[in-house]
Write a protein that binds this ligand. Structure first.
Ligand SMILES: NC(=O)c1ccc[n+]([C@@H]2O[C@H](COP(=O)([O-])OP(=O)(O)OC[C@H]3O[C@@H](n4cnc5c(N)ncnc54)[C@H](OP(=O)(O)O)[C@@H]3O)[C@@H](O)[C@H]2O)c1
Length: 314
């Protein structure tokens, strides 16, 4: 079914893939951005850009109110440089403010679906068992800072708001942490940092599958439910680096650091995220009929690198 979709964060890492997929399927897209320059690029793609800052009330709210589907991907800045607790706390407050301004704009009986995108750092440490969305969250890394926003949604859902919660796991692709913590060090001959003694297993997903899954959930997701968006095979944390190194034809160097040094280098939030172990199941998402293009890292990493290379050239 074709819809008018209001997208927040449509210029970001996941959002740009989402916009491309949604346009390809023929949906009408209104994409929020704070930047005139980005607005021009979004217009050239065939979307209607909406200028606005979610930290402020404004005319963008009227556009949001008219959409049939809202896909909410915007978040305050996360990656880049050292993440201190002060920076993460600012993120927490801004995320809450942005969500509040969005929900203020919408009417629960006018919008068909709101796809709210969280992150599996909210579920955090889950140990060695394969778990589903009903697992008890133990937030890690960014998790404690997105938890208040996620938990606020329960009261909207009980009041009948048509919210579907999507939780992508570690999303790799031509942007975000995959470049900063994996490709850049590999290409610069620098080591990938690991925690001394830590061989934790985590869950990954290709950004293109995330984009397709969000679109799929806007038609097939059940209101009020949560969906992990994650591939078929949880893997040891460093395996993505090993596969990327093979694709790039470079050696992978690893620097094993104790927790206090990782905290000094990358900040306490990133250090905390390295303590996470989570094997997440995609059974709930698959039960809606979704199929993955990249079910394993072997199938996805070379494609992600190819996409990143073609963006660098463009
Ligand atoms: N990246 C991952 O690995 C990952 C994993 C799991 C879940 N997630 C979740 O997925 C969502 C998207 O993540 P991402 O990595 O794709 O995001 P991102 O690349 O960091 O992009 C952030 C987006 O938010 C917009 N934005 C920021 N502040 C804004 C404001 N005040 N008003 C309006 N728009 C604002 C930016 O738009 P402009 O700059 O154009 O205004 C940009 O499009 C987030 O909720 C994140 O928690 C991400």
């Amino acid at each position: 079914m074709l819809h008018t979709i209001f997208v927040t964060g449509g210029s970001g890492f996941i959002g740009s893939s989402f916009v491309q997929h949604a346009l390809k399927q023929g949906h009408q897209l209104q994409v929020l951005t704070r930047s005139e320059k980005t607005a021009e690029k979004l217009r050239a793609l065939g979307t209607t850009p909406i200028l606005g800052d979610m930290l402020q009330r404004g005319s963008w709210q009227a556009a949001a109110a008219e959409a049939q589907i809202v896909v909410h991907l915007a978040q305050p800045e996360t990656y880049g440089a050292r993440i201190t607790r002060k920076r993460a706390e600012k993120f927490r407050q801004e995320r809450l403010k942005m969500d509040a301004n969005l929900f203020d704009a919408l009417k629960p009986d006018a919008v068909r679906r709101i796809i709210y995108v969280g992150g599996t750092s909210y579920y955090g440490f889950q140990g060695e068992q394969l778990v589903g969305e009903s697992a008890i969250p133990h937030p890690k890394g960014w998790g404690p800072y997105i938890a208040p926003a996620i938990e606020t949604l329960n009261s909207y859902i009980t009041r009948g708001w048509p919210i579907i919660l999507a939780f992508p796991s570690w999303v790799y692709g031509p942007g975000s942490w995959f470049i900063e913590y994996t490709l850049d060090p590999l290409l610069q001959g620098k080591p990938i940092i690991k925690l001394t003694g830590s061989v934790k297993t985590i869950s990954f997903v290709h950004v293109e599958d995330v984009a397709r899954a969000l679109l799929h959930l806007s038609d097939h997701g059940v209101i009020g439910e949560r969906y992990f968006i994650t591939d078929d095979q949880p893997r040891k944390r460093l395996e993505i680096g090993e596969i990327a190194a093979q694709v790039l034809g470079v050696p992978m160097k690893v620097l094993s650091l104790p927790l206090f040094l990782v905290k000094l280098a990358a900040g306490p939030v990133i250090a905390d995220s390295l303590l996470t172990e989570a094997k997440l199941s995609n059974a709930h998402l698959k039960a809606t009929g979704f199929t993955f293009d990249y079910p394993t890292l072997e199938q996805g990493v070379s494609d992600a690198i190819e996409r990143w290379r073609s963006r660098e050239v463009a």
